[in-house]
Ligand binder design. Structure first.
Ligand code: PSU
Ligand code: MN
Length: 306
């Protein structure tokens, strides 16, 4: 039955059958998180980085209602250029599929599709979370509930301070999702290495991480794991400048009445303009940095699952 929905490209399929490490990548970051043409350049480079580090990349998206695992160049170009690609989270999947539409997958839906395909590791930029003011708006990303039930490890650069990082970590704790710092004790805040919040566990290597993940899943402690990998120092943004930009972007979103799934793309675009493109440069570099750690992790996990 799954074959009616899932289209895994031959290279990824073969890798999965032969226990060759595979890393999943999301597509909302391409269609809604970065402008053209930087988005396509980023998408291709990130795939190369994963290959250089011993794993096969599998960018995930929905094209013509099919769940695609592994895209070719034309498909990547299309996702980056077209403005008819719908941002697709868990609740959107049934309709994007049955109406044969094109969808860019968020962290939540990428995890779902990666898991259906048998991919255990996923690299992205930042996860969604509890938005500031969620006490009133209830705006909590479906990424967090997905992390509580779907067995995929997500390597990210933390959560942006467009979110309430403290509440995001509390929510993850309630749902039993481990939050790990990769060579750091502090949960990173995407554009900056520090957020002011501690992680639950610090790991020093991909091997140490793989051992913890395997024990979690061996014991049927279902759900994902968040690996916070800080942006490299040389690409980090100035703490005060980025937080001022975020405050201004949040104020404008509020004045314009931006809500729901539009919120994150709107804020990212505003922050980019306010920082004259500096935030985009940092965003791209932190994704590259996550791809490397995710590839190393998938290599270590594939040894344990032999
Ligand atoms: N953070 C970014 N860039 C992004 C996103 C988050 O820096 O593109 C995207 C991811 O796909 C994430 C989604 O899963 O936004 C969360 O959206 P929402 O808050 O609507 O669930
Ligand atoms: Mn939301």
């Amino acid at each position: 039955m799954l074959e009616n929905y899932l289209e895994i490209n031959p290279e990824v399929k073969k890798a999965l059958e032969e226990n060759v490490p595979v890393v999943a990548l999301e597509s909302t970051i391409i269609s809604h998180g970065m402008p053209y043409p930087e988005n396509i350049k980023m998408a291709k480079t990130v795939e190369n980085i994963i290959r250089e580090n011993g794993a096969i990349p599998a960018t995930i998206a929905i094209l013509n209602g099919k769940l695609k695992v592994g895209l070719n160049e034309d498909e990547l170009e299309y996702l980056g250029k077209s403005d008819c690609i719908l941002k697709t989270s868990r609740r959107d999947l049934p309709f994007i599929i049955s109406k044969k539409l094109d969808g860019a997958t968020t962290v939540a839906s990428t995890m779902i599709i990666a898991n259906l395909a048998g991919i255990k590791v996923f690299a992205t930029g930042g996860i969604g979370g509890v938005h500031r003011g969620a006490q009133e708006t209830f705006d909590i990303s479906a990424d967090l509930t997905e992390l509580s039930k779907t067995n995929v490890a997500v390597v990210c650069a933390g959560a942006k301070s467009i979110l309430d990082i403290g509440l995001t970590l509390e929510y993850l704790e309630t749902h039993g999702v481990p939050v790990v710092g990769f060579k750091t004790e502090e949960f990173p805040a995407f554009y900056t290495r520090k957020s002011g919040f501690k992680v639950d566990y610090k790991v020093e290597s991909a091997k140490e991480l793989a051992l913890a993940i395997k024990s979690k899943w061996d014991l049927n402690l279902n759900g994902g794991i968040v690996i916070g990998n800080p942006i490299p120092k040389e690409f980090e943004m100035d703490y005060n400048a980025i937080n001022k930009a975020i405050e201004d972007a949040l104020k404008e979103a509020d004045e314009k009445g931006i809500k729901g799934k539009e919120t994150t793309p709107f804020l990212l675009d505003k922050i980019k303009s306010i920082t004259s493109g500096k935030s985009l440069k940092s965003n791209i570099q932190l994704v590259y940095n996550n791809a490397k750690v995710a590839a190393d992790l998938s290599v270590e996990l594939s040894k344990l699952y032999k």
